[in-house]
Design a protein around this ligand. Sequence first.
Ligand SMILES: Cc1ncc(COP(=O)(O)O)c(C=O)c1O
Length: 477
Amino acid sequence: MLARGGLRGAAGVSATGTSPSEEKDETGEPLIARKQIKHAQPWLTQAEEDAVASTVASGRLTMGPATKEFEASVAAFAGRTHAVAASSGTAALQLALAAKGVGPGWTVVLPAYTWVATYNAVVLAGATPVLADVDPLAYTIDPAATVAALDSAVTGGADPGKMAIMPVHMFGYRAGAGWLPDLARERDLTVIGDGCCSFGGIAGGERCGAWSPLEAFSFHPRKVVTAGEGGMLLTDDDEVAAKLRALRDHGAHRSAEQRRQTGAGGPMVPEFELGYNFRITEMQAALGAAQMLRIGELLRARRDVGLRYDELLVDGPAWLRPPPRLAGGPGAEPDGDDRILTFYPVTLWGSRADDAPAKLAASWADGDAAAVAKADKLGAWRDRLMGDLAAAGVAARPPMLSLPDLPYVQERSHLAPTDYPVSSLLARLTFSLPLHHEVTWDDQRQIVRLLREIPSSWHSLDERIAAVDRALGKAQS
Ligand SMILES: Cc1ncc(COP(=O)(O)O)c(C=O)c1O
C-alpha cells in the first residue's frame, strides 16, 4: 500500500521516508518501474549516423540527392506520384494551403482536437478557421459536426465556393473514412489532409498520405520516421506538385532548360512568384532517407508495443478506455498490420461502454452538475495519475490539445470550450503511454500494474485519512 504522495516528489522519496524503489505492493513486488521509461524516442542506428556524416562530407547541403531519395522513398511507400519535402510538417501545411490558393476569403474547417500547427497554418494563410468537434472513439473530426460547421459558415456569409477542410489523421487513425470524399465532392471542398502524426497509418488498404488528394507529414523526432525536423507533401497531381516545389523555394519556377543552365552556372534566371524558403536540408533528408530504409522494422516495433498494450489493458482499470482497435474509424476491424500508432492514448471516460464518452460530453456541455463533477474528478485523476507515473519512472503525456482551450484561439475565433465538448474532455482526460522500440513486455506489465494500483492506493488512503479526521473530530468535540 502506498503512503500519501508515495510516488511523488522530484527527489523520489515518499512520505514514509522510503525511496520509491523500496515501495512494495501487497504481493511484495516493487511498485515502480525498474528503469526510467521514456514517453517517446527516435530509433537511430549507425546507418543514420553514416548517412548524415557522408552527406556533410559531400559538401552538398541543400536540395541535392538526399532530398530526392527521401522524397522518392516516401512517395513509393504511400503509393503516390509526387512527394515534396519541406522543412517541417507545419511548413508543409502552409505550402499546401498556398498551392491550393487557400487564403483571404476562404473558410477552412478543422477539428478542435489537434495540434496548434493545424490552426496556425490556416490563420497564417489569411483564411478563416472554423472548428468542428471530434468523434470520441476515433479522436478524429466528426461528420455531423463538420456538416454543421460548413452550414453555419455559409449562413454567416462565407463564400460556398471557397471552402476547404483539413481532416487531421490522429495517432495513425484515418479521419473521414467512408464519408469525407462524398461530402467533399458534393460541396466542392478543397481537402488537405493533416497526416503529420499518422505517418505509416493504413486503413482500407491505403496508407496515410493517400487518404486525401493532398496530405502532409511531419518528421519531428516524436514521429514514426524522423529527419530531426522535416515535412513532406504527397499528391498525384502534377500541377500541384510543381507549384509546391516552387513555393518552398522562394516561388522560383525553373524550366528544364533553366535547371540545366543553373546546374552549369549559366545566366538564366528562374521565374518567380511570391513564395517561402521551406526547403529541407540535405542532412535532414539523409537522416529521413536512412530511416525509410528501415521503415518495416520501425513500424513493426511500434505495432508490437501497441498490440501488447491492447492485450494487457483488457484487464486494465475499467474507468480507462484504451484506443479503439481500428485505423479506419468506428466499426472497422483491422488485422494486426493496420495497427500503426504514433501514440498509444488512453482516456479516462469513467467507463468502457461505447456510448459513455458521447453521453458524458453531451451532459457536460449542457452544464449538468453531475457530469461537470464527474469530468472534474476524472480530470484530476488523470493529472494525479500522470504525476505518480512520472515519479515511478514512467513518462506519460497528454498527446494533443483542444484548440478552444487556448486563450488566443478563443479570442480570435470567438468560441468557448463547451461548444466543443468531446475535444475539451479529450484534452482533459487523455494521456498517452510510452510507445517506442525500447518499451519491453516487462515495462508494459509494470505500467499497466501501476495504472491499476496507483488509483486504488489513493482510494484506500483517502478512506484512511477520512477515518483519522473523523477520529480527531470526535476526540476534539
Ligand atoms: C496534427 C499535427 N499537425 C501538425 C504538426 C506540425 O508538425 P511539425 O512539428 O513538423 O511542424 C504536428 C506535430 O506534431 C501535428 O501533430
